[in-house]
Design a protein around this ligand. Structure first.
Ligand code: PDD
Length: 290
């Protein structure tokens, strides 16, 4: 496996990725005992960095990890990693684990030295064909735990669910629990019924996406009616439009669900408006010179 020599950050040190190593006793490695964030960067400008850092702060607090840095220190690290890459559109990954400990034991160690890791990959925007033609999704029972609002590194259920989607030829898996719509395997879900945009409200069952918040702001700014409320499986399956949102997928229309068309089987009119608003907002805030 060839790991590129991109500069990354590990516990105070900036170095090429292949030179950075963590202990095999790291609790992130042994237990998935850590939290993470993924920040999109356009033309070296991080998108909603403060919001991502705040969400990571909440994830850390929820698992009793002490935030090792101030907001300014995090901004500095992200800025330096970003500036060290030779590609301008980036996906910056941040992770804090409960660090190495001996002997292996589930409960927290008394002496905690968190492992702090930040690296960048090229950010690939969704292919124009996906925006134009939409994507396929399959549904699955939500087999994840009860604290999905925490962006935890332990992603076994998400890994298995996403693999199931890939093997079914789908782009995303959409999760259902107790007869209701929850979210995607790595995205939030909106539906449209009779001109009204609907999405499940924030809860411990889903991650409150940064893109989910942006979509709500854009709906408000452009006077598109949007309501956050629980959505039944039946309402979801018979929706006129279904969208998935995330930092890397942006907003994509689901046009086929479990092999059946959503609406007319093409991205709907409200999706197209919302995506235009999103792209215009992104260009205006992130690429002002274009
Ligand atoms: N995932 N829900 C889940 C379970 C997610 O994993 C993600 C994002 C989202 C959307 O959040 P945001 O709009 O802030 O990207 C919702 C990232 C991209 C990941 O796991 O790689």
């Amino acid at each position: 496996m060839l790991i590129p020599a991109n500069i990354a950050y590990l516990n105070g040190r900036y170095a090429p990725l292949p030179e950075l190593q963590v202990s095999v006793m790291d609790r992130g490695f042994l237990f998935g005992d850590g939290v993470y964030e993924l920040v999109p960067v356009y033309d070296r400008r991080p998108f909603r960095l403060v919001e991502h850092l705040r969400r990571m702060g909440k994830s850390m607090a929820a698992v009793a990890l002490v935030d090792p840095y101030s907001l300014a220190q995090w901004e500095q690290i992200v800025g330096q990693v970003s500036a060290s890459q030779d590609f301008a559109d980036q996906s910056i990954y941040l992770q804090v684990t409960r660090g190495p400990a001996w002997p292996r034991s589930h409960a927290f160690p008394t002496d905690i030295h968190p492992t702090i890791f930040v690296y960048a990959e090229p950010l690939l925007p969704p292919a124009p064909a996906l925006i134009l033609n939409g994507v396929m999704a399959v549904t699955a029972n939500d087999i994840r735990w009860g604290r999905c609002n925490i962006k935890a590194c332990s992603l076994m259920a998400n890994v298995l669910l996403k693999q199931m989607a890939v093997e079914a030829g789908a782009d995303e898996v959409i999760l259902l629990r107790d007869g209701g719509l929850i979210e995607g395997g790595s995205s939030n879900v909106f539906i449209v019924r009779d001109g009204l945009i609907l999405a499940p409200p924030p809860s411990e069952r889903m991650l409150t996406g940064i893109t989910y918040d942006v979509v709500q702001e854009l709906a408000q700014a452009h006077r598109l009616p949007l309501v956050l409320r629980e959505i039944s499986e039946a309402e979801f399956r018979t929706a006129d439009e279904v969208w998935i949102t995330s930092s890397s997928k942006e907003i994509l229309a689901v046009v086929e669900l479990d092999g059946r068309p959503i609406g007319n089987g093409v991205p709907g009119p409200i999706y197209r408006r919302m995506n235009d608003f999103y792209q215009a907002f992104k260009t205006a805030t992130m690429r002002p010179s274009r």
